[in-house]
Design a protein around this ligand. Structure first.
Ligand SMILES: Nc1ncnc2c1ncn2[C@@H]1O[C@H](COP(=O)(O)OP(=O)(O)OP(=O)(O)O)[C@@H](O)[C@H]1O
Length: 537
């Protein structure tokens, strides 16, 4: 696509009032919420307000999303612990002038200075020549995370999405776990969740153990995630499984779990920490279960020489420096590798799955998704549902991605078949497609500068990349959905697929101003229509 549009995201001005809180500026957006910095009108207390808009979703998604919001609200309000971010208030926004936020849930939280993810990114940026070291106050951070985890587990919950992005660092050195929309309450020892996760932090069994399209989630998923996170914190960001992409690292973890590879923790990690991380990264759920979060927290404190886990000291050198950082086992630079554990070949029999961002949860139907199996819905024809027919030329691995992306849109005329037809016309489904002359790249032919406004993390690997098909297609769906809405607002209800294809090639404004498909993109739109007809019969 060659022309830009203003972003369709929530865009609230500084000074915007929500209850007794006044926004001061945006902080960032996750997959299903947008976070703003704010202050108390009465006394300037700094807070962060997370907006969770459910009201614009179609009924089916809205219900699921509302359930996830209820979870986040319930857990946030029920929990009081120094290592869990405090939610001060939960509000519903009433603002008829701003439909994009009217009816949204707003969580007012203590404001962090940054996330652990940001700290790791800074550390990676500062490392030179590939040299990395432990984060300052690594022991303090890990003590806080493990104490928060122990508290959550003792309440009968699983965090489900433990990763550096969900660990917040407060202004006074506090370490807070955050993001509970995906937290589940266990029913006995496990719960069932949609099969999604942050690829870098899900345990190996996540890939294999499903029931009815859902995965079992157990506390040991959090323990695995902690092991990965601890390795990252102690090495300035290195993942315990090598590989240049999350998927490659996940494959490494699976090879290790099957007994085909050794666990190779970074040599720079001292022995005490190595033992601890290796116990968290036991390949089987059952052996991981031997390490409860409370014991884990005690071992972290002991290893790191941390006395308490509350606030204080972060960034000021209280914890970790000198005696504490490398703890009782001391710093040893390049110690001999930890004793090799014999790994039995395992077909993962037990499962634990971190939950992931709610936006994705809403969209995912799991393995019962017709697109996932490549087959059409048995009860409705593809032409009626807009599903991608099983015998089409749409590559199998793209079908589920396209279907999920289409479901992100509240409007039923943004169908998987339409997105597939557009992708075929744009790039012929070629993930490496390039048109440097017009600055268009990847499967959805995004112009990088335009992609920035619409970027989505479709594969949940932590970045938004226009060359990644899941990211590019998810962003395409969001953009097309927005274009569709613009037409509807202008009373344009006819021939919407053609108008959407034209808008994607030019812009919604151009199409609206010209009152239809601009002549210069007519050949392209004809192609989209032809492919759409093939897919819908
Ligand atoms: N209480 C807070 N104080 C300061 N910043 C916060 C707070 N809560 C969240 N943030 C920041 O706001 C941004 C969006 O957070 P959010 O929890 O919505 O999504 P995320 O965790 O980044 O992504 P995802 O939801 O996809 O996992 C992030 O940069 C996060 O660090």
């Amino acid at each position: 696509m060659a022309e830009g549009e203003a972003t369709g995201r929530l865009d609230l001005p500084a000074g915007y009032r929500v209850g007794d809180w006044e926004l001061t500026g945006p902080i960032g957006a996750g997959s299903w919420g947008v976070v703003y910095a704010a202050r108390a009108v009465q006394d300037d207390t700094p807070v962060a307000v997370k907006f969770l808009p459910t009201q614009l979703l179609p009924p089916g998604q809205r219900e699921t999303m509302a359930e996830l919001v209820r979870r986040e609200v319930r857990f946030s309000l029920e929990t009081r612990h120094p290592n869990v971010v405090r939610t001060r208030e939960v509000l519903t926004v009433h603002d008829a002038d701003r439909p994009e936020v009217d009816g949204a849930t707003a969580l007012v939280m203590d404001r962090a200075e940054r996330s652990l993810q940001e700290l790791l990114a800074t550390a990676a940026g500062e490392g030179t020549g590939g040299l990395r070291g432990p984060l300052p106050d690594a022991a303090h951070i890990l003590a806080g995370v493990s104490a928060g985890l122990a508290h959550i587990h003792e309440r009968g919950w699983v965090h489900g999405d433990l990763k550096p992005g969900n660990v917040l660092l407060g202004p006074g050195g506090e370490v807070w776990l955050a993001d509970f929309g995906l937290t589940v309450e266990l029913d006995g020892t496990h719960a069932y969740v949609p099969p999604l996760g942050s690829l870098d932090h899900v345990p190996p069994e996540w890939w294999s153990d499903r029931e009815g399209g859902h995965s079992v989630v157990r506390r040991t998923a959090d323990i695995w995630a902690f092991g990965v996170l601890a390795h990252q914190v102690l090495t300035g960001g290195l993942h315990p499984f090598s590989g240049s992409t999350p998927r490659a690292r996940a494959l490494g973890a699976q090879a290790y779990a099957r007994g085909n590879a050794e666990l190779r923790l970074d040599n720079s990690i001292p022995d005490g920490w190595r033992e601890l991380i290796a116990d968290c990264l036991e390949p089987e759920h059952a052996s991981r279960a031997a390490l409860g979060a409370r014991e884990l927290a005690a071992r972290v404190r002991e290893t790191g020489g941390e006395g308490s886990t509350g606030g204080g000291g972060f960034g000021r050198g209280r914890a970790g420096r000198g005696r504490g950082l490398w703890g009782l086992s001391g710093w040893s630079g390049h110690l001999p590798a930890r004793r090799r554990r014999r790994r039995l070949a395992v077909v993962a029999a037990a499962v634990a799955v971190p939950l992931v961002a709610a936006g994705s949860v809403v969209l995912l139907r799991g393995d019962d998704d017709p697109a996932a199996s490549g087959s059409a819905t048995p009860s409705a024809s593809p032409s009626a549902t807009g599903a991608i027919p099983a015998d089409s030329d749409v590559p199998r691995d793209l079908r589920v991605i396209i279907t999920r992306a289409a479901r992100q849109c509240v409007y039923e005329d943004v169908t998987p078949a339409l997105l597939a037809a557009m992708l075929k016309a744009e790039s012929g489904f070629d993930a490496d497609a390039r048109r440097p002359r017009t600055d268009e790249y990847g499967i959805a032919m995004w112009t990088p500068a335009v992609f920035k406004s619409w970027a989505r993390d479709g594969d949940r690997d932590g970045d938004k990349d226009y060359m990644s098909p899941p990211d590019a297609i998810s962003a395409m769906a969001g953009y097309v959905c927005w274009i569709d809405e613009q037409y509807k607002k202008k009373g344009m209800h006819d021939d919407l697929p053609a108008l959407m294809a034209a808008g994607y090639r030019t812009s919604a404004r151009t199409v609206i101003e010209e009152g239809g498909v601009p002549a210069r993109v007519r050949p392209h739109v004809n192609r989209v229509e032809r492919y759409l007809k093939q897919y819908t019969g």
